[in-house]
Ligand binder design. Structure first.
Ligand code: DGL
Length: 269
C-alpha cells in the first residue's frame, strides 16, 4: 500500500484539452505522480446537456478511483460547471474544479469590476462562472460569450492562422464593447490561443488562464492536507483514454510540448 502522499493526482477531462492543466501541475509540482483520463470516446462535452455531463463525469471519477488517486482534478470547464458539486458531495476525497481558481484570479485582477468569460455553450448555459465571480465580488459585471469553433481550430493546430484570427474577431468584437479589463479563458483549449486572443482583445485586457490558477490551487490543497509527495526520483505519469490512443497521442504534443510515449485505452467501470 502506497503512503497517502505518494498516491497520484487524478485528472480528468472530456478529451485532450485537460493536458493544459497537466502541464501546469507538472511545472509547479514536478514530484507529483499524475493519472490522466481523457474521455475521448464521448468528447465534446461542450455541446452536451447537464444530465449527460454529470453522468460522464461520475464515470470518469470512477475510472480514476481505480488508480488510488489522492485528489481528483476536474480539468474540464464544462464538467466543472455541472458536476463539481455532485462529485464533492458523493466522493470522500478532495475534488478541485477549474472555475473557482480562474474566477478568484479574475476578481483579484479586475479594476473596473467588468469581467469577460469565453467558454463552451454548455459552460455558458450553466451560468457557473457568473455565479462564482459574483460570489467573490458581488458588484462585478460578467459578460459571457460561447466560442464553439475555437475547440476544433485548436485541435486542427490552427493556433496562429488568419482563419482563427477572423473567428476570434467575430466572437469577441461585441464582448470588447463591454469595456472589460479581464477575460477568463473558460475552456481547456483556449490557453493555446493566447497570442491571437491577446491581439484581438488588446493589451489593456488581462487574460486569465484557468489551467495556471488551478495548478496553484492543487498545490495549496496538497500543502494544507499534508499530501505533497517528496522524492528524488522523477514522477511517473499515466495517460488513459476511452477511445483509440493514436489520435490523442498525435495531438498531445501540441498541448504538452513533448511526445507522450504511452497512452492506454481503458473502459469506463
Ligand atoms: N474540455 C472542454 C471544456 O473545457 C472543451 C472540449 C469539449 O467541449 O469537450 O469545457
Amino acid at each position: 500500500m502506497l503512503q497517502e502522499r505518494d498516491r497520484p493526482i487524478g485528472v480528468f477531462d472530456s478529451g485532450i484539452g485537460g493536458l493544459t492543466v497537466v502541464q501546469e501541475i507538472t511545472r509547479l509540482l514536478p514530484n507529483e505522480r499524475i493519472v490522466y483520463f481523457g474521455d475521448t470516446a464521448r468528447v465534446p462535452y461542450g455541446t452536451k446537456s447537464k444530465e449527460s455531463v454529470i453522468r460522464f463525469s461520475k464515470d470518469n471519477a470512477n475510472v480514476l478511483l481505480k488508480y488510488d488517486v489522492k485528489v481528483i482534478v476536474i480539468a474540464c470547464n464544462t464538467s466543472t460547471s455541472w458536476a463539481l458539486n455532485v462529485l464533492k458531495r458523493e466522493y470522500a476525497m478532495p475534488v478541485i474544479g477549474v472555475i473557482e481558481p480562474g474566477s478568484r484570479c479574475a476578481v483579484q485582477t479586475t479594476r473596473k469590476k467588468r469581467v469577460g468569460v469565453i467558454a463552451t455553450q454548455s459552460t455558458v448555459a450553466s451560468g457557473k462562472y457568473v455565479k462564482t465571480i459574483q460570489r467573490f465580488l458581488k458588484t462585478a459585471r460578467v459578460f459571457q460569450k460561447s466560442c464553439p469553433l475555437f475547440v476544433p481550430l485548436v485541435e486542427e493546430g490552427w493556433l496562429d492562422h488568419k482563419v482563427t484570427e477572423n473567428v476570434a474577431l467575430e466572437y469577441l468584437t461585441d464582448l470588447k464593447k463591454n469595456d472589460i479589463d479581464v477575460l477568463i479563458l473558460g475552456c481547456t483549449h483556449y490557453p493555446l490561443l493566447k497570442p491571437v486572443l491577446q491581439k484581438v482583445m488588446g493589451k489593456n485586457v488581462t487574460l486569465v488562464d484557468s489551467a495556471t490558477e488551478t495548478a496553484r490551487e492543487v498545490k495549496s490543497l496538497l500543502e494544507r492536507e499534508n499530501l505533497l509527495r517528496y522524492s528524488r526520483h522523477p514522477a511517473h505519469h499515466e495517460f488513459l483514454v476511452s477511445d483509440e490512443p493514436e489520435h490523442f497521442r498525435a495531438m498531445a504534443k501540441r498541448f504538452l510540448g513533448h511526445d507522450l510515449p504511452h497512452v492506454r485505452r481503458v473502459d469506463h467501470v
